[in-house]
Write a protein that binds this ligand. Structure first.
Ligand SMILES: C[S@@+](CC[C@H](N)C(=O)[O-])C[C@H]1O[C@@H](n2cnc3c(N)ncnc32)[C@H](O)[C@@H]1O
Length: 280
């Protein structure tokens, strides 16, 4: 039987209440997405009756969300920095805390034609934000996932960016250039972490999330091998877990970096460490 907006919202809330503490708000997002309406319009037109096609699409989205599928994968897009990125389940959903990497890089006094390397680009969130902001920078973006690179290339095309080069490979594999900045948000979750059983994460690619050695194996590889690929006076910035900053700083120091600093995310948690490769 067809339903009005207000009946559809009641249905959504009752279907979602066991899985989501904010079931009412989730219902608004889902119905808004299904109808292509802003939430204000849902509130303004509670008596609108959904067509058969609208109701059927709404219930299919509701069922996907009920089993926990992330809204970003259902919508196939996510806002990041000042962009709207296309996504599929082959890439990590870009997180707001990763914007700290962008903010920090944009605050460094780099040359107009700087060269940057984004390791593990996923949807392209970091590379594309930087390339869009600084059209004269040249950015190399790598990933070991061919599907992820496909998503990243699509996003770069959507923003008509010509200054990113995509490369398939295992971290520095095939990288011959030297860079002013190397940046990475690598997998850094321990394989036995309880976090992997919660929320959106359950649907994300495990290869984007998990790293051996308590989550530190990829960070270790990226940091210790950075000096071979970084220009003197260049910067390395990595995102990491809130409890990994001490070990990450030791690795930066072991690799020969100076001016090592850890920055906190919007929740006040250690999230980004960066350092400078010393000039002679
Ligand atoms: C945490 S995700 C970050 C994605 C994106 N940079 C972001 O911040 O939203 C890590 C990315 O690293 C990639 N990755 C994992 N292991 C890799 C490896 N050995 N070599 C290259 N990329 C790798 C994954 O495919 C994934 O896209």
């Amino acid at each position: 039987m067809l339903k009005t907006v207000s009946e559809a919202l009641i249905l959504a809330e009752s279907e979602l209440k066991d899985a989501f503490p904010e079931a009412k708000r989730e219902g608004l997002y889902i119905l808004g997405y299904a109808l292509g309406w802003p939430i204000t319009k849902l509130i303004a037109y509670p008596d609108y009756t959904l067509t058969e096609a609208e109701y059927s699409f709404f219930t299919s989205v509701l069922q996907r969300r009920k089993v926990g599928e992330p809204f970003a994968y259902i919508k196939k897009s996510k806002s990041f920095w000042d962009l709207e990125l296309e996504l599929d389940a082959s890439v990590l959903i870009p997180r707001p805390e990763t914007e700290l990497l962008i903010e920090t890089i944009l605050s460094i006094d780099l040359s107009e034609n700087a060269k940057l390397l984004d390791l593990g680009t996923g949807s392209g969130a970091i590379a594309i934000s930087l390339a869009a902001h600084q059209p004269d920078w040249t950015i190399s973006a790598t990933d070991m996932s061919e599907r992820a690179l496909g998503v990243a290339k699509k996003n770069a095309d959507n923003y008509q960016l010509q200054n990113i080069h995509f490369q398939l490979g295992n971290w520095y594999e095939g990288i011959v250039d030297k860079f002013d900045v190397i940046v990475s948000n690598p997998p850094y979750i321990s394989p036995d972490s309880e976090y992997l059983k919660l929320g959106d994460v359950r649907f994300e690619p495990i290869t984007a999330l998990v790293s051996a050695k308590n989550g530190l194996a990829d960070l270790e590889h990226i940091i210790l091998n950075a000096p071979k690929h970084i220009k003197l006076d260049g910067y390395l910035l990595v995102e990491h877990g809130y409890d990994q900053s001490e070990r990450v700083k030791e690795l930066f120091s072991q690799a020969g970096f100076t001016d090592i600093q850890t920055l906190q995310d919007i929740q006040g948690l250690d999230r980004v460490t960066f350092g400078r490769y010393p000039s002679l």
